[in-house]
Design a protein around this ligand. Structure first.
Ligand code: SAH
Ligand code: SF4
Ligand code: F3S
Length: 483
């Protein structure tokens, strides 16, 4: 692993090696020379800031980027007033893109005051040709641009920018072999995301992810298990297994393996206490998985199962490959088998051609399933997806009205659902101190609901029993029980 790499022992007078990860270590050492020179000239260590816009996978990528910058010697900070600012972008909905352009305007003003400042863009949005075109024309102050498949090359690209080119652009249309052994700087000491697969093959007709993340590719189970073992040695007690559709994990491996089987292997890792995963596609959720969850002591009582729409007609056009009845039956089966599980979902409103009747079907599913929580989204047209070319786009006002109705319903139901364990004692993983109330900490229950209770910062990263005294809608107030 990277810990065995000693950057001091690399001979920088030689040509860079071709093989990875040695090549990136060489460039990290090169960039470190630059950092040391900067520190000498300016009497301070250069600062770097990573801004993350997307999902958990995006956030995990940011930890990998942070690991590289840390190794190079940058001082990492939250705010963007830094010597090196990196935006890890998302493009799943247009508002994610607009936020990035907004921030670029702001950072440009910072760069005018500090012309030596370096600005980099990476992530999903960069995989779109139209975006690159726009950056080349109107955002010439950006220094480095790369995509989703080559984030491990950050040190090499930074070195290229420092030694020659004005604007370094490196976008790969598909992933080659991702380099997984570089340093990672985790945001939390006690929990971590773990990629179990990359990309997506589902091509839901509204979704841009398969175009910007490439084809589905599972990692070898041994590699995943050994990464988690390493994390556990380093103090991690909870992992979140990440993939766009974890239920199809392992199908394209040389020796195919089901996601349920992978979970069994992860469960066996000593010292690991909690397992979560994201995201489950209803079409691939197996009975075997439900059984593994039911029997497990470590898998958390939470399942995120995106519905997208309750109308079978719309689901077909969305290319989701399940219908309303199948979803309802699946949700019922899960609730019957694991009664204390919290079921959450994603719903899109205003998909092209959605009628009032279709929308009513969505409301009907929400009423029947009674989700513990739901993320609701206004449909956003993504260029290049089949849905963007559909003629019957829904007027904004109509979609917005439906959205408001849906939101009111899901909130009302989840408020009722989330209080159902009031009075019970449950285990909570303490995640932080409560910024609103002195002397309080915030913990996450197995079912993903938060609880606030009196405690101290020393408890962060520990699992403690908490009595849930009062429900405040989407969270509880509680008190720690004697252990
Ligand atoms: N792979 C995951 C979802 C990834 S994107 C899955 O299939 O469940 C996260 C959520 O964004 C999706 O579940 C969907 O609800 C929403 N989403 C994706 N594309 C969208 C679009 N074009 N407009 C609005 N919401 C969208
Ligand atoms: Fe997008 Fe569908 Fe893949 Fe999820 S499963 S990332 S919604 S194409
Ligand atoms: Fe966004 Fe890319 Fe995730 S588009 S939702 S950051 S996979």
């Amino acid at each position: 692993m990277y810990n065995e790499w000693n950057l001091d022992s690399i001979d920088l007078t030689k040509e860079p090696p071709q093989e990875e990860p040695a090549r990136q270590c060489y460039f990290m050492a090169k960039c470190r020379e630059w950092v040391q020179d900067f520190a000498h000239r300016n009497k301070r260590i250069p600062t770097a800031s990573i801004q993350t816009f997307g999902c958990q996978m995006n956030a995990r990528d940011s930890e990998k980027l942070a690991g590289i910058l840390e190794q190079i010697g940058f001082l990492l900070q939250e705010n963007e007033n830094a010597d090196f600012v990196l935006y890890n972008t998302c493009t799943v909905r247009d508002n994610a893109n607009q936020r990035v352009y907004g921030r670029l305007g702001y950072v440009h003003s910072l760069k005018k005051q500090n012309p030596a400042m370096l600005i980099a863009l990476c992530g999903c949005m960069m995989q779109e040709e139209s975006v690159i075109e726009k950056l080349r024309q109107s955002y010439r102050f950006v220094d480095i641009v790369f995509g989703t498949h080559n984030i491990y090359k950050l040190a090499e690209l930074l070195h290229l920018r420092l030694t020659c080119c004005r604007m370094v652009v490196d976008i790969w249309p598909e992933g080659k072999n991702a380099v997984e052994t570089l340093p990672v700087e985790r945001k939390y000491s006690y929990k971590s995301g773990v990629n179990i697969m990359y990309g997506c093959n589902n091509f839901c007709s509204y979704c841009i992810v398969p175009y910007v993340r490439g084809r589905e590719k599972s990692r070898e189970p041994e590699e995943i298990v050994s990464e988690i073992e390493g994390l556990v040695k380093d103090g991690v007690i909870e992992v979140m297994l990440l993939g766009q559709n974890v239920n199809s994990y392992g199908r394209n491996l040389k020796s195919p393996l089901s996601f349920a089987e992978l979970l069994r292997r992860v469960e066996a890792i000593e010292g690991l206490q909690r397992i979560r995963f994201m995201t489950s596609h209803p079409k691939d959720l197996s009975d075997e998985l439900i059984q593994v969850m039911k029997e497990s002591k470590k898998i958390c009582r939470h399942l995120h199962l995106p519905l997208q729409s309750g109308s079978s007609r719309i689901l077909k056009i969305m290319n989701r490959r399940y219908d309303k009845e199948q979803y309802l039956a699946l949700a019922k089966k899960i609730r019957d088998e694991i009664p204390n599980l919290s079921l959450t979902t994603d719903i899109i409103v205003g998909f092209p051609g959605e009628t009032e009747e279709d929308f009513e079907e969505t409301l009907d599913v929400v009423r029947q399933v009674r989700f513990d929580g739901a993320f609701t989204f206004l449909y956003s047209k993504r260029t290049g997806t089949p849905a963007a070319a559909m003629e019957n786009q829904i007027p904004k006002e109509t979609a917005q009205k439906r959205f408001d109705r849906l939101l009111a319903l899901v909130q009302q139901i989840s408020r009722e659902m989330d209080g159902r364990d009031t009075g019970q004692v449950m285990e909570a993983l303490v995640e932080g101190t409560d910024s609103q109330h002195e002397g309080m900490v915030t913990g996450r229950l197995s079912n993903n609901i938060m609880v606030h209770f009196p405690g101290s910062a020393e408890w962060i990263g520990r699992i403690v029993p908490v009595r849930l005294l009062e429900s405040r809608g989407f969270y509880y107030m509680g008190r720690m029980e004697e252990q």
